[in-house]
Write a protein that binds this ligand. Structure first.
Ligand SMILES: *Cc1c(COP(=O)(O)O)cnc(C)c1O
Length: 429
């Protein structure tokens, strides 16, 4: 029904996923209830047989969370989506939905520190092996893929080095090996990049970042493109009978939304990584302005990147839409804007970097990116702290590197703050 009233993503941000009936609330109501009541045991049995998509227990689905899932699925052009309690939970579920002990995954080595840990340690403890490969190195990728490899996972736009992944090439290689490509699209958001249009099969988000956009609610979400043919590879979770659902076969029962259906009915059911209705409500509110915010974030960040590139106190700047960026051509191919996150190396050492951050007045020090308010962070002592020195150097996280998440304030105020902090950090030495 909603498809009829909008064509463009900025309208979809406000309208997809919830359409009130006559006399109903204009905003999706917060359904703050764990359970839903029914009149007949037969009806409940049909819910358990997965023949009726109704709600019965919030761990498996909730109307407010459902509105969020439908909105993000529409924004990305997927057949279904499943929301989780955090971005970490989204990437965990996205992997374990189709990989199990004795199998293998390939991950990009420039992914978010938390995902790196997940792929490097916890899932190995579960018996799923992993190999890390460097960004846009296709020979290395081909070499890393084994007979028991089940998926490739990476990020469409990775911070703090602003790497843009050549999505179409990754999709082509993945599909040649009959495995899906999973991309974490947290920093780009569907407002700037829709990975499914470029061949990506599964898209994940930390909705705690731009989708919420106000640093109010933790959350994650996984979107199923519906395009991957699971019978091409050995994905018995989806193509063989599931005993916990009386022998139901997900691909037979749910067709091209089998992956999303299993995420919910097995993943959420057994791992319990749900998103709360209140957080879904807050994220829906944030999504209303996503397209508008991403436009402003991108415009402001490009101005800041250009200012930094011309500063005598700055060694180098990473932002995808700088002509000096190694990702410039890929950014032009895939992105409508560069997003708000950039990083730069200050002239000097670790101390110069921390002095800069502590001299900022408008921009706040916070372990977060993608807030409407501008934020600064020192990755080597925070988000990437868990990486060894060798891994740090490999991905280019130097001690004098500063990450900025440029907000939607007036860019003149942001640049004035950066200018005075650079002078304090480096000026009279
Ligand atoms: C923050 C982040 C995550 C983890 O999400 P949480 O919501 O913090 O659990 C995953 N991927 C990327 C790219 C992120 O920035």
């Amino acid at each position: 029904m909603t498809e009829k009233i909008y064509k463009n993503i900025d309208t979809a941000c406000l309208r997809a996923g919830y359409e009130p009936g006559n006399g109903e609330a204009n905003l999706p109501p917060i359904t703050q209830s764990t359970t839903f009541t029914y009149e007949s045991t037969d009806q409940v049995a049909e819910l358990f047989n997965l023949n009726d998509p109704g709600f019965f227990y919030t761990r498996l689905g909730n109307p407010t969370v459902d509105a969020l899932e439908q909105r993000v699925a529409a924004l990305d052009g997927g057949v279904g989506a499943v929301a989780t309690g955090s971005g970490q939970a989204a990437n965990l579920l996205a992997i374990v939905n189709i990989a199990k002990a004795g199998e293998h995954i390939v991950a990009l080595n420039n992914i978010y520190g938390g995902t790196f840990n997940l792929a490097n340690k916890i899932i190995k403890d579960f018996g799923i092996d992993s190999t890390f490969v460097s960004v846009n190195n296709f020979d290395e990728l081909e070499e890393a893929i084994k007979d028991n490899t089940k998926l490739i996972i990476g990020e469409s736009l990775a911070n703090p080095k602003a790497d843009v992944l050549d999505i179409e090439k990754y999709a082509e290689i993945a599909h040649k090996h009959n495995i899906p490509l999973i991309l974490d699209n947290t920093l780009a958001t569907p407002a700037l990049l829709r990975p499914i249009e470029h061949g990506c099969d599964i898209v994940t988000y930390s909705s705690s970042k731009y989708l919420d956009g106000h640093a109010a609610a933790m959350g994650g979400i996984i979107v199923d493109s519906g395009n991957f043919d699971w019978s091409r590879g050995d994905y018995e979770q989806l193509t063989k009978p599931d005993e916990s659902y009386h022998g139901l076969v997900f691909t037979d029962h749910f067709g091209n939304s089998a992956y999303a259906a299993r995420l919910r009915t097995v993943g959420l059911r057994d791992l319990g990584t749900i998103q709360s209705p209140v957080n879904a409500f807050l994220t829906l509110l944030g999504l209303d302005t996503l397209a508008l915010r991403m436009e402003r974030h991108s415009k402001n960040a490009l101005e800041v990147a250009e200012f930094l590139e011309n500063s005598d106190y700055v060694e180098s700047v990473s932002y995808p839409f700088l002509k000096s960026s190694q990702s410039y051509d890929l950014a032009n191919k895939y992105l409508k804007g560069g997003s708000g996150v950039l990083s730069f190396c200050i002239k000097g050492d670790r101390d110069s970097a921390t002095r800069f951050i502590e001299s900022l007045e408008l921009i706040r020090l916070a372990v977060h990116v993608a807030d409407a308010r501008s934020l600064a962070l020192h990755p080597a002592s925070s988000t990437h702290r868990q990486l060894s020195d060798e891994n740090l150097n490999e991905v280019g996280i130097f001690p004098n590197l500063i990450r900025l998440s440029i907000g939607i304030e007036n860019s003149e105020d942001i640049i004035a703050d950066i200018k005075q902090a650079l002078e304090k950090a480096c000026g009279d030495r």
